[in-house]
Write a protein that binds this ligand. Structure first.
Ligand SMILES: Cc1cc2nc3c(=O)[nH]c(=O)nc-3n(C[C@H](O)[C@H](O)[C@H](O)COP(=O)(O)OP(=O)(O)OC[C@H]3O[C@@H](n4cnc5c(N)ncnc54)[C@H](O)[C@@H]3O)c2cc1C
Length: 562
């Protein structure tokens, strides 16, 4: 039988094998785009909340980190997780964690941009807002490296409670040089800071800590101690310094522990192993043992929780930014994909039911951003009582709510992409596995709700500040006015208040988000948010917005490409 093609010499079967089908109806990867330029909600928030001067720098940054080869760093840092080497090849204890170069590249950018320090080194109007915007953009590229960046940033307010320690360490912590070498602090150009509170028997309840602190000479704030015990979760164990909780003779206290002693020997906070995490893979998290590790007391003896809470408050704020960033990237991926993919004769983005899902994902993302950037401005103006009250109450409210909304949002965005969204070569699995982490660390959901109750009981003025804040949107939406009045009636203390805490905090968060959108977002965004989150039964599934919503214009506003 003749198997050659009539027009050539290649066998017919080979020609068919080489060209079995044409690839079409598959959108290109979302890359080489400016993460900031196309994000209208972010640009408006930056201007509104006091950081308009940062707009040009953010534009440059958004373009640089949206480049395809920069986005690839995020994939690589997670594809090749950190590895732990307890000893060097000669048997010396080194507690070395090795990272892929992509992780170091991300850290270098974050620190050069001041994500770990800029509001402390250049305070002033808009400082927290500009830093939050930069962090929001960079966390869209990769989330795991944000952990040590956040802890380094957050450590400063706690460290300043012990001024002589702050004077010694702060300049090196706030340096814009990233120096990952495993060497003593005095040999390095820049330092990072971690946090070690959690033990096996309790993380939320740190009063259960059993690690003991023994004074080296005279006891008290600023004095040296040796710590003996363990820490069950120590993220970023290659940090140069750690803020640690341990039981001193006078009660649970806070300590600053360097990874190397001043004499250049290894300080014995030994890594036992790295945790095997389902998400947050690029970031190392360790179990450690403290074998007489030298450290210095920060703040008053017995006031460890009150001292370290200054740091924890800042890490909680960054969880809001990080989860909002995850939602923005998930919504961007879904919107981009559905614009380039058709089914049943129409682009997915033009199918009515998909429009409903996409618009709803965009609303959630914009609401998370609005709340986060409002708290960033409050951080910039803490000298004003109203703003300080917002920070105290609404960081707990926002951390709980935004982090809690992220996992379902990520799952829904993944579903918009269909089967390919589940595949490991898509960015969606990484976003999905990252989504629950922020809700759990830095105070899990219930702990945040209880913290909001504690703030309202201990400092009732925060409740008034909250209602003053949401009242700024009064008469902008009948749904919002009704929801505010209802909430006022239900914020009464009573024996069942803990049982109702999630429901109350849920509603405090959505009312505050609605109030911000009513004041600052286009009416179509605010109206859709109020109609779906405040009226009726509340929001239980993405894609169930009422048919009156202006779907196309909400989608157009959120599109990741200008
Ligand atoms: C990836 C990762 C990295 C981490 N890195 C660090 C780190 O660097 N440093 C560090 O110190 N810790 C770290 N942690 C620990 C983290 O902060 C704790 O896991 C968290 O605080 C919860 O503590 P736990 O795990 O002991 O859970 P538990 O305290 O046992 O809490 C379990 C559940 O009970 C709930 N709960 C607790 N108390 C109450 C109550 N009174 N009423 C109702 N519900 C309640 C909590 O909300 C939670 O849902 C990390 C955790 C993870 C997952």
């Amino acid at each position: 039988m003749d198997t050659t093609h009539p027009g050539g010499n290649a066998p017919r079967s080979d020609r068919f094998l080489a060209e079995t089908h044409e690839v079409f109806n598959q959108p290109a990867a979302l890359a080489d785009h400016n993460l900031y330029a196309a994000d209208r909600a972010l640009r408006e928030a930056v201007a509104r909340e006091g950081a308009a001067v940062a707009d040009a720098a953010l534009l440059e940054f958004g373009g640089r980190i949206g480049a395809a080869d920069y986005l690839e760093l995020g994939r690589l840092a997670n594809q090749y997780p950190p590895e732990f080497e307890p000893n060097d090849r000669f048997g010396h204890r080194v507690d070395l964690v090795r990272f892929h170069p992509a992780y170091h590249a991300l850290m270098r950018t974050a620190i050069a941009e001041g994500l770990h320090a800029s509001p402390w080194t250049e305070p002033g109007p808009g400082a927290h807002v500009a830093r939050a915007a930069r962090y929001y953009l960079h966390a869209q590229v990769e989330a795991g490296h944000g952990c040590p960046v956040t802890m380094t940033f957050a450590a400063i307010p706690t460290l300043r409670l012990q001024p002589e320690l702050a004077a010694r360490w702060e300049p090196m912590i706030t340096s814009r040089a990233y120096d990952p070498d495993n060497r003593p602090a005095h040999e390095k150009a820049g330092l990072t800071v971690g946090m070690a509170m959690t033990e096996k028997q309790g993380g939320s309840d740190v009063r259960a800590n059993t690690t003991r602190a023994y004074p080296v000479s005279s006891p008290g704030p600023g004095q040296p101690y040796e710590l003996v015990g363990h820490k069950y979760f120590v993220s970023a164990p290659m940090c140069d310094l750690f803020l640690v909780l341990a039981q001193a003779p006078g009660g649970l206290s806070c300590f600053l522990l360097p990874r190397w002693r001043p004499d250049g020997s290894k300080n014995p906070m030994q890594v036992v192993r790295l945790k095997r995490k389902m998400g947050n893979v690029s970031n190392a998290s360790a179990e450690t043992e403290l074998r007489g590790a030298l450290s210095w007391m920060v703040g008053p003896e017995g006031r460890g929780v009150a001292t370290i809470i200054e740091m924890v408050a800042m890490t909680r704020f960054d969880c809001m930014i990080g989860s909002g960033a995850g939602m923005r990237m998930a919504a961007s991926q879904a919107l981009h994909h559905c614009s380039g993919r058709s089914a049943f004769g129409r682009r997915l983005v033009d199918q009515p039911l998909m429009k409903n899902v996409l618009a709803d994902l965009a609303l959630e993302s914009e609401a998370a951003l609005a709340l986060t950037m409002r708290i960033a401005r409050a951080l910039d103006r803490r000298a004003e009582e109203h703003e300080d009250c917002l920070v105290r109450l609404c960081t707990a409210v926002g951390k709980y709510w935004i982090c809690k909304r992220a996992p379902q949002h990520a799952a829904e965005a993944m579903e918009c992409i269909g089967g390919s969204g589940v595949m490991e070569d898509s960015p969606m699995p990484r976003l999905y596995r990252e989504a629950p982490v922020n809700a759990i660390w830095e105070g899990s959901g219930n702990v945040q709700c209880l913290d909001a109750l504690r703030a309202m009981r201990k400092t009732p003025v925060v409740v008034q500040a909250y209602f003053d804040e949401v009242a700024r949107a009064r008469a902008g939406s009948a749904s919002l006015d009704r929801a505010i009045a209802q909430l006022q009636g239900e914020l009464r203390d009573g024996p069942d208040i803990e049982l109702r805490a999630r429901d109350l905090v849920d509603r405090m968060a959505t009312v505050l988000q609605a109030a911000l959108l009513v004041q600052h977002a286009p009416a179509r965004v605010a109206d859709a948010f109020c109609a779906s989150r405040l009226d009726g039964l509340g929001h239980h599934q993405y894609g169930a917005l009422p048919p009156t919503v202006e779907f196309d214009r909400i989608i157009e506003r959120a599109m990741p490409r200008a």
